[in-house]
Design a protein around this ligand. Structure first.
Ligand code: CA
Length: 534
């Protein structure tokens, strides 16, 4: 039983500790940047052709991870980023932040940080689920999953399946319902981050800024001057794009061709909503190819514009003298996205967009399965799947003098690792921050040894995932995958077959059984078993 005084004594201990650590530990600022639906190979430093000089600079001055995992879609990834635990899936999408969980905002606030969250949240738009309810001093952005980039008051089109939803956009307690001419979400988020950096520098507190762009998530919206830069760049189609990115990944050292082949196209094998057939580029008619090209051009422009904004944020860190003392981390929340309108809505979708140039404010388009797949080169599948293309993300870490420059590491990481990493940086422990609450256990491990170029702390348990009928387990070099269409376990040796082309399940049934038992145990704990769709 928890008596009131144990809560109070926990709080006092937290305050005392926060006071104590400030004298002993120099806590760095933390800037965690999360774009939305960015693929594994989109950035220049991961093989992409999109112009990303500022992120490429972070990669040159920092360390890149080649095996860092998220949870394959927006909501489940964000739940794990903020809690350091597996997403609890029983209570629906808005019920993943529980009272028995500590958020990153709460933890870093207890460590004396000024905490800001900018951009997409997607974990609840009403109290007590908003960022300002869960430890963030300042929030500015879209509380739900996506909005019109030029005017967030424009509702979703009916074909999208959200019944013409309006997306709540807020600054702290205040909903914002008017946006000036020339507004563009990506720019507004970058500008707000710059303001928060300047503000925190005045107060003298260390800051935690979580900058969550909605780019390059649909709808495809970008300023015309950025789109123009990509005109004609995708004329030879998505398969050629994958080949070019794969070659560049080999040159960069992101991919070892002895271990990782360029995967072949997956075939549609069942009714799962996100299972698509990828047609050959040559088989498309001219009009379809044109439309496909335009979509990828806008997608590239959205990434480009985000990189320009990150350039402004980096400049603000330098102007305020904070660049050296700021740990910057960049990850994506899931793989490139294959979404299309639901079955039966395709004609409505095409009619809606027919006379609107792709990328304009009045349109609402998706980049589509073929480009979504290419964005994840060299891997299989895309957002929503547990093959590597669905949930392996670029991960860049820069911390001058603390994290090696120009290094590429194959150490395995996961978004649940951020909580223990940041707790260690803040010099506080989880139970202290919990203030006597009976909180869920943390599942990750601190990444600081890997950042320092030392041996990673071993994981005590296998890594497990589940989502919309997909499953996966990773145990060292071994990975089990269960596709939502095929509905059977496949086994891959990632040490020799990173792109999951040779299924070894038939050759090693004992390993499959042992790993599957771990998955079942984990599925009970994370409430996946309660959903009924696994
Ligand atoms: Ca996403």
């Amino acid at each position: 039983m928890r008596a009131p005084q144990s809560w109070r004594s926990g709080l006092l201990a937290a305050l005392a500790l926060a006071g104590a650590v400030s004298a002993q530990v120099e806590r760095p600022n933390i800037l965690l940047i999360i774009p939305d639906d960015l693929g594994y190979s989109d950035l220049g430093s991961y093989g992409g052709e999109i112009r990303t000089p500022h992120l490429d600079r972070l990669a040159q001055e920092g360390t890149r991870f080649t095996q860092f995992y998220n949870n394959a879609v927006c909501v489940t990834t964000r739940a794990s980023v903020y809690t350091g635990a597996s997403p609890r899936q029983r209570a629906g999408l808005d019920g993943m932040l529980r009272p028995n969980m500590v958020t990153l905002g709460e933890a870093l606030k207890a460590a004396g940080y000024e905490t800001s969250l900018i951009g997409k949240w997607h974990l609840g738009s009403e109290a007590p689920q908003r960022p300002i309810d869960r430890g963030f001093d300042d929030y500015y952005g879209v509380l739900s999953g996506a909005c019109n980039f030029f005017d967030p008051t424009i509702p979703d089109p009916q074909f999208y399946g959200s019944n013409g939803a309006n997306r709540p956009f807020a600054h702290n307690e205040t909903l914002i319902t008017e946006f000036p001419e020339g507004f563009y979400t990506t720019d507004a988020f970058s500008t707000h981050a710059v303001e928060r950096i300047r503000n925190a520098t005045k107060t003298g507190q260390p800051f935690f800024i979580n900058l969550c762009y909605t780019a390059p998530h649909f709808p495809l919206h970008a300023p015309r001057e950025d789109i123009a830069r990509y005109r004609g760049k995708y004329r030879d189609g998505y398969r050629k794009l994958r080949e070019r990115r794969f070659q560049r990944q080999i040159e960069l050292g992101i991919i070892d061709p002895a271990v990782t082949k360029l995967s072949t196209a997956d075939e549609k094998t069942g009714p799962f909503r996100y299972d698509y057939e990828i047609p050959r580029w040559e088989d498309l008619d001219e009009e379809t190819r044109e439309r496909e090209e335009r979509r990828m051009e806008v997608y590239a422009a959205m990434v480009d514009r985000m990189d320009q904004g990150i350039g402004r944020v980096l400049a603000a860190l330098e102007e305020t003298g904070q660049a050296e003392n700021t740990l910057i981390i960049f990850i994506s929340d899931n793989g490139g996205c294959a979404s299309l309108p639901e079955a039966g809505k395709m004609d409505e979708y095409l009619a809606f967009n027919r006379d609107i140039p792709t990328g304009d404010k009045d349109g609402y388009e998706f980049v589509g399965p073929a480009w979504g797949w290419a964005q994840n080169a060299p891997f299989r599948r895309y957002k929503g799947w547990n093959y590597e293309g669905g949930f392996c993300t670029p991960m860049i870490v820069r911390w001058p003098g603390k994290v090696a420059a120009g290094r590429i590491t194959a150490e395995v990481g996961h978004v649940v690792d951020f909580m223990p990493t940041f707790l260690e940086l803040g010099g506080i422990d989880y139970q202290t921050v919990a203030q006597g609450r009976d909180v869920v256990p943390l599942e990750g491990r601190s990444l600081l040894p890997v950042f320092a170029g030392e041996q990673a702390t071993p994981r005590t348990e296998m890594m497990c995932w589940a989502l919309m009928g997909s499953r996966a387990v990773r145990d060292g070099q071994w990975k089990l995958v269960w596709g939502a269409s095929d509905r059977r376990w496949e086994l891959y040796d990632l040490a020799t077959d990173r792109s999951e082309m040779v299924d070894l399940a038939g050759a090693d049934p004992a390993r499959v059984a042992a790993m599957a038992i771990e998955w079942t145990r984990w599925a009970e704990m994370s409430e996946v078993a309660d959903r009924g769709d696994y």
